[in-house]
Write a protein that binds this ligand. Structure first.
Ligand code: GDD
Ligand code: MG
Length: 351
């Protein structure tokens, strides 16, 4: 049995101002009119034999999430929503999914844990990679999906591979190490998708982050179940869940566990983790400008301009990122896109 589980509860601070607390990155719409979340759901639903898709997200995003799925008009797929009162990062999300699947479908059920904040353009290649991963997961291994790296991105995890075996997993290295990894030719980028059986992950969590597993178990035991039009809604207990330690699954498990496998894949993957990645999805004009929306340019080079509402005029600048939204405007240098998240931190401090 294959159970896809979509994680959609992150903030996506690097895509401010299009990604906000009430409108995070998975809801960003691409040029084809579909959101990243919708694309993720379609990929999940197209895996072999899938009848039910799990989604773990913040409870504030429940109706929005349900709307996105309903808009797809996919029939024959039920949903289970696991709703978090607060975000405790992806190790907690992974633990809740694992415990729920273990309880309902048993230790051997294969979980495909999918982030909702990236894009896969090659559906067939993804399904081929998923089939390999499912087979490997069935032998009791935790499986990652490796992407051929293109530049020394410091916002990703790096997987050192020896064939299908992972030698080492390093989450978000500094620039110097990222450059080293790229130059060595032995590393993949981590796509952020993972495949494993419920039993395998429960064992790994018991070994490497027992506190996260134990607190998550309590939050799930005390959860409230109700049925909704599209399936089942499970609201985690706020008191218990807010005590789960906050850590990503990459730091909590992937950096520590042994016997991890990697499926190298060429699936047209893009993380869209920053304005640079979003810009790369748009074809450049002859001066290297990438434009979404209504703009007028003069003597402008290498800029990414995204306007959802208003007309933007740009004169005599280079390498800027300009993003307009209903109530905020971003102007940033292209080489500083990773630091856009600082603005979100500052805004939070300002209250
Ligand atoms: N439900 C839930 N709760 N989902 C969450 C939470 C949470 O507390 N935090 C994050 N997510 C979701 C995000 O919405 C996203 O879809 C996914 O989990 C991954 O979380 P990110 O916070 O976006 O992780 P990242 O981008 O910094 O790093 C991960 O992805 C990279 C590739 O995109 C890591 O796995 C890296 O190793 C990887 O390279
Ligand atoms: Mg991400």
């Amino acid at each position: 049995k294959i159970i896809p589980a979509i994680m959609g509860g992150g903030v996506g601070a690097r895509l401010w101002p299009l990604s906000r607390e009430t409108h995070p990155k998975p809801f960003i719409r691409l040029a084809d009119g579909k959101s990243l979340l919708q694309h993720t759901f379609l990929n999940a639903a197209a895996l072999p034999g899938v009848e039910r898709v799990l989604t773990i997200t913040n409870r504030e995003l429940f109706f929005k999430t349900e709307d996105e799925y309903r808009g797809l008009n996919v029939s024959g797929i039920e949903s289970t929503y696991l709703l978090e009162p607060v975000g405790r990062d992806t190790a907690a999300a992974g633990a809740i999914v694992t415990l729920h699947v273990q309880q309902v479908f048993g230790d051997d059920a294969v979980i495909m844990l999918l982030p909702a904040d990236h894009m896969i353009r090659e559906g067939d290649a993804f399904r081929a990679a998923a089939a390999k991963a499912i087979a490997l997961a069935g032998t009791g291994r935790l499986v990652t999906f490796g992407i051929e790296p293109e530049y020394p991105e410091t916002g990703y995890g790096y997987i050192e591979a020896d064939g299908e075996n992972v030698v080492r997993f390093v989450e978000k290295p500094d620039l110097e190490r990222a450059r080293e990894y790229l130059a060595s030719g032995r590393f993949y980028w981590n796509s952020g998708m993972f495949c494993f059986t419920a039993g395998t992950m429960a064992r790994l969590m018991e070994e490497h982050c027992p506190d996260i597993l134990a607190k998550s178990r309590e939050a799930l035991l005390a959860a409230r179940h109700s049925s909704v039009a599209s399936g089942l809604r499970i609201e985690l207990d706020a008191t218990d869940f807010s005590q789960v330690p906050k850590k990503s699954i990459d730091y909590a498990i992937l950096e520590k566990a042994g016997n991890i496998a990697v499926v190298g894949c060429d699936i047209g993957w893009s993380d869209i983790g920053s304005w640079k990645a979003l810009a790369d999805l748009t074809q450049p004009d002859d001066k290297g400008n990438r434009i979404n929306g209504d703009t007028v340019l003069h003597d402008t080079e290498g800029c990414y301009i995204n306007s959802s509402e208003r007309l933007i005029g740009v004169v005599g600048v280079k390498d800027l990122i300009i993003v307009d939204s209903a109530d905020a405007i971003l102007v940033a240098h292209k080489d500083e896109v990773q630091n856009v998240k600082q603005l979100v931190t500052q805004l939070k401090e300002r209250g």
